[in-house]
Design a protein around this ligand. Sequence first.
Ligand SMILES: [Zn+2]
Length: 164
Amino acid sequence: MPGTVEVSVRHILSDRTTGVLTRTRRITWRDSLYRVRRPASGRQSVELTCPVCDASLLAEVRTEGRTRRTRALLLVLAVLSLVVFFAAFAYAVHEGGRTLPEGQSLPTLFPVSVVSIAVTFVAAPVLFFRSRRYNGVTMLDAPKPRRLHGIMPVRGPVPGTATR
Ligand SMILES: [Zn+2]
């Protein structure tokens, strides 16, 4: 259905962390599917009701075009992170592998490159998956405790609905 987006309202049933040496986090939840209409322009607030506990969640929906642009931007940032990662990595290997003359320290750009490697190593995959998952729907508000709920993107054909 054009102009709509499917999301699922996630109600966290329990979130427990057990174990001392090896921590295991066990989360159980219940998802409920909703089909939300996208606005013709700008953004629009919609209220979704959690069927499990009747809590009303406030979500913001963006237009199809805006969603596509945000996804494209996130993907560009992911690629840029990857480029910076490899450039910084090559530089660090190059500078770090050199034998310096007595009394000369590594250039100041060296620690910068090491930090860049660490940051982009995390940022690139995060941005990539954000881009894949972004659907233009974000949760604005939920009754406290807020962490009990989430609005998750729905990917791919959902059983019981027609595929485009
Ligand atoms: Zn709920």
